[in-house]
Design a protein around this ligand. Structure first.
Ligand code: SF4
Ligand code: SF4
Length: 109
């Protein structure tokens, strides 16, 4: 028989999936360690149209003073942003190409 997982009371999700407070990061669900391809944004090509920001299903595209970046803690490498960028400013690069790539980490995040 499958073992039941006990979820701490303060981490429980209320009925119908309503979260009790706005949250930008859910530490119980770090999706970044699923990734084997990393989206890399070429800031010189980026026109700041925000299409990647709209399409990212995990809200991982972050806008800063110097352009857009990716929250690698939660980006699962689905590739949607790469496909939707109208100017080809995002490239998918294998995690193995990075010294801090997900596959190289002993402890994931
Ligand atoms: S690869 Fe997927 S999860 Fe990661 S930033 Fe792009 S759209 Fe979001
Ligand atoms: S979709 Fe492409 S051009 Fe538009 S903001 Fe994202 S990276 Fe920049």
């Amino acid at each position: 028989m499958a073992k039941m997982i006990k979820i701490p009371k303060d981490k429980e999700v209320p009925f119908a999936g309503i979260t009790p407070a706005p949250t930008t990061e859910q530490e119980m669900m770090i999706t970044g360690n699923w990734r084997f391809m990393r989206p890399v944004i070429d800031k010189a090509k980026c026109t700041r149209c925000r299409i990647c920001w709209v399409y990212c299903p995990d809200a991982c595209i972050v806008e800063g003073k110097d352009g857009f970046s990716v929250n690698l803690k939660y980006c699962k490498g689905c590739g949607i942003c790469t496909k939707e960028c109208p100017v080809g400013a995002i490239t998918e690069v294998p995690e193995l190409d990075f010294p801090d790539g997900v596959v190289r980490l002993e402890k994931l995040f």
